[in-house]
Design a protein around this ligand. Structure first.
Ligand code: PLP
Length: 367
């Protein structure tokens, strides 16, 4: 009954989650309070926070020696918080695969020596440079990648094995726009961070999942509230956390756990659905003879799909027609142009099918 919303973020959330949040808005489980009105130190909210963390650990199979931090400031703040905590003022290696990793390395330069060890700028951010070509340093305090570039639609389908590449540095991934869309290989990751407003919940919450041995190395100038060790030691309650966003994220985690796809359940079911959705959409572009995509097939994102009409002069008509059919927020990012369909976890296959039907119809009328 609702339109299909292809926003890159803040983005569509599962209807069941929104309905549950609405039903509990005035009185959370007989407490007489909205979650928004609860003390973060009261037993009600602590139970919500504990369950959210336990469910996230379950979904992503987070090992016991990793801490889960619920923070604020978004992934952009993490661009500074991360080097403050991990760089020890030394060197960090950055891989540039699109607009977000470009921004990350720029911010990190305020706090440490940054080396861009690989970049796809030469091909307009449409590939993932092969890890074997990365010029990794053995002095780097960490290696940073953006594992899904939301704006450019470039995804790392396999995380690099830094050890096999001769680096002992921990891998840091900005996984804002594909977290909980597929499993994470923790044996390859030291820190995973992301803003919540794509696959996890409302804006205002940042997740940081960090291996314990990486805590406790913050530069002295690090704001106390952004010192990962302080946040971890205080169960993410050194300052008041974004309580309502955490609650909604918790409902999303429960929703993920309930998902079934044939024999598959939970994250495996979500991933299978994401694979099917992305295949349906890319197949439409590949066979249309009308639309173009630029990212090479091996690096195509399952979550964010930029595409182009044969002429920009058709863009307004395309967007107007889409809106009439209840297909919202398809305009591309201004730095890339064209269109972009973000098809996060909460976008059903029916939504992608409705988009494909419209794409085919539009191509027939304008081709
Ligand atoms: N990194 C990635 C991959 C993103 O997609 C975004 C937001 O779209 C950001 C960083 C910035 O996140 P925020 O605006 O929450 O700081």
């Amino acid at each position: 009954t609702r339109p299909f919303n292809f926003s890159a973020g803040p983005a569509v959330l599962p209807e069941e989650v929104l309905a549950q949040a609405a039903a509990e808005m005035l009185d959370w489980q007989g407490s007489g309070m909205s979650v928004m009105e609860m003390s973060h130190r009261g037993k009600e909210f602590i139970s919500i926070a504990r369950r959210a963390e336990a469910d996230l650990r379950d979904i992503l199979a987070i090992p016991a020696n990793y801490k889960v931090l619920f923070m604020q400031g978004g992934a952009i703040a993490e661009n500074a918080i991360l080097p403050l905590n991990l760089s020890r003022g030394g060197r960090a290696d950055y891989v540039v695969t699109g607009s977000w990793s470009l921004k990350s390395q720029k911010e990190a330069r305020k706090y440490c020596d940054v080396s861009v060890v690989a970049t796809n700028e030469g091909d307009g951010h449409t590939t993932v440079p092969s890890p074997s070509t990365w010029a990794l340093s053995n002095q780097a305090a960490y290696v940073h990648v953006c594992s899904n570039e939301t704006i450019n639609g470039v995804e790392m389908h396999e995380l690099p094995d830094l050890k096999a590449l001769g680096s002992n540095a921990p891998l840091v991934i900005d996984c804002s726009s594909h977290i909980a869309s597929r499993p994470i290989d923790w044996s390859r990751v030291g820190v995973a961070y992301g803003g919540a407003q794509k696959n996890i919940g409302p804006a205002g919450l940042t997740l940081v999942i960090i291996r314990e041995d990486l805590l406790g190395h913050a530069l002295p100038v690090t704001p106390t509230a952004f010192d990962y060790k302080v946040v971890a030691d205080n169960d993410s309650m050194y300052n008041t956390p974004p309580t309502y966003a955490m609650y909604v994220a918790g409902l999303v985690f429960q929703w993920i756990q309930r998902q079934r796809e044939g024999e598959l359940s939970g994250l495996a079911a979500i991933e299978a659905r994401n694979v099917a959705k992305a295949r349906l959409l890319y197949e439409c572009f590949d066979t249309s003879g009308f639309y173009a995509t630029k990212v090479v097939p091996e690096a195509r994102s399952r979550m964010n799909v930029p595409f182009f009409l044969p002429s920009d002069s058709l863009n307004d008509a395309f967007l107007a027609g889409a809106k009439e059919r209840g297909l919202l927020q398809l305009k591309g990012h201004k730095s890339v142009g064209g269109m972009r369909a973000s098809i996060y976890n909460a976008m059903p296959l029916a939504g992608v099918q409705a988009l494909v039907d419209y794409l085919n119809d539009f191509a027939r009328r304008h081709g």
